[in-house]
Design a protein around this ligand. Structure first.
Ligand SMILES: NC(=O)c1ccc[n+]([C@@H]2O[C@H](COP(=O)([O-])OP(=O)(O)OC[C@H]3O[C@@H](n4cnc5c(N)ncnc54)[C@H](O)[C@@H]3O)[C@@H](O)[C@H]2O)c1
Ligand SMILES: [Zn+2]
Ligand SMILES: [Zn+2]
Length: 356
């Protein structure tokens, strides 16, 4: 639980329930550590406290509300922050990740879903995955095949969906395109393997940590650029003789978002996946827009997660999507602060907390 911002997480007893009419109680199997959780711990984005963080998880349904028909006890599920109302303009036009009623299903009028003693505990992103149980609206879940290992399934809940989805859904990379990915963490490595799946011609991985560049090569990168050695924009322009078709920023810094735009060739598109600290501005050279260059954002890989996530599972089981290789460490909840310290250091890809 996060009690103070900035601050580390503490472990405490939280009471869950009652299960509302459209709520589902899930026994958490595993939850991944994403840099977005860290942004909230560091105060780069505001959130009321106390709150239970975590938003990348999978588990088994224990109990369902009176109106829930989508899942039943025993079903295996992945959670997603992109809860959708199903009735607004965005949902109905195929963009449920941008649901106009974002936050619906979080602020129930009834008793709070999470409590510590008499005090309400704020639910994070409609989920709060760093806990043995999740109590969520049914539209924050996708049912998955029961033979999919739940720890690997958890990774699909955010990292895979965000990285692979940014490439396939947001940017719609085409076979033969020349790609650069800045930041090779949990999200960036998935953008790299998404580009590989799309058949990209060349995939340039950029990070400032050597072990990350080695890992990027195993995820499909064809070239690497060490950002600690100098300006990555110059290096990419030189490698490509004029710039890339698509650049992806997967860190969350204005400076690297600008780098992404500046390494584009004519007609190229920069897709910013990283969460740039609230209030910070990204500057581009207006003249470059005459070269038909584009700068765009990507929210959770522009997912329609009940379609995308089962597809990612099929690809994993068929050997087309790497998940095992994403996992740098598996830990009990008690070690979660060490995990976040390692994430901050930049040496790890994804880490999982497992519950038994
Ligand atoms: N848009 C979305 O919907 C969405 C969803 C999930 C996560 N995110 C964001 O994506 C970003 C990445 O998340 P993550 O979990 O992969 O983080 P991470 O910490 O695992 O990875 C970041 C990587 O960037 C590298 N890096 C840091 N500074 C660098 C620099 N100046 N130049 C080159 N490389 C540098 C680090 O070495 C690390 O490998 C975060 O900002 C996170 O909040 C966005
Ligand atoms: Zn995330
Ligand atoms: Zn909606």
């Amino acid at each position: 639980m996060l009690e103070r911002i900035p601050g580390d997480l503490i472990i405490d007893e939280v009471v869950v329930g009652p299960v509302g009419p459209r709520d589902v109680l899930v026994r958490t199997a595993a939850a991944g550590l994403c840099h977005s959780d860290l942004h909230f711990m560091e105060g780069k984005y505001p959130h009321p406290v106390p709150t239970v963080l975590g938003h990348e998880s999978a588990g088994i349904v224990e109990e369902v509300g009176s109106q829930v028909s989508y899942v039943q006890p025993g079903d295996h599920v992945i959670s997603c922050v992109s809860g959708f109302c199903g009735g607004c303009r965005q949902c109905l036009s195929g963009h449920p990740n941008l649901c106009d009623n974002a936050g619906f299903g979080v602020d129930t009028a009834g008793p709070p879903r999470l409590r510590r003693g008499d005090q309400p505990v704020f639910q994070f992103a409609g989920l709060s995955s760093f806990a043995e149980q999740l109590l969520v609206h049914e539209n924050y879940l996708v049912k998955i095949r029961p033979d999919m290992p739940l720890d690997k399934a958890a990774l699909i809940g955010c990292g895979v969906t965000t990285g692979v989805g940014a490439v396939l859904n947001t940017a719609k990379v085409r076979a033969g395109d020349v790609i650069a990915v800045i930041g090779c963490g949990g999200i960036g490595l998935n953008a790299i393997q998404g580009a590989d799946i799309a058949g990209a011609g060349r995939i340039i991985a950029i990070d400032r940590i050597a072990s990350k560049l080695d890992l990027a090569l195993t995820f499909g990168a064809t070239d690497v650029v060490d950002a600690s050695a100098g300006d990555p924009v110059g290096a990419v322009l030189e490698l490509t003789g004029g710039g890339v078709d698509h650049a992806f920023e997967a860190i969350g810094l204005a400076a690297t978002a600008q780098q992404a735009f500046n390494m584009l060739g004519k007609g190229g598109t920069a897709t910013v996946i990283g969460m740039i600290p609230l209030g910070e501005r990204v500057e581009i050279d207006g003249f470059q827009l005459l070269m038909e260059k584009r700068l765009q954002g990507s929210n959770m890989g522009s997912n329609r997660f009940r379609i995308d996530m089962p597809q990612y599972i099929e690809w994993y089981l068929a050997g087309k999507l790497k998940l095992d290789e994403l996992v740098s460490a598996v830990m009990p909840l008690e070690e979660i602060n060490d995990g976040f310290a390692a994430l901050k250091g930049g040496e790890v890809a994804r880490q999982l907390v497992t519950f038994d």
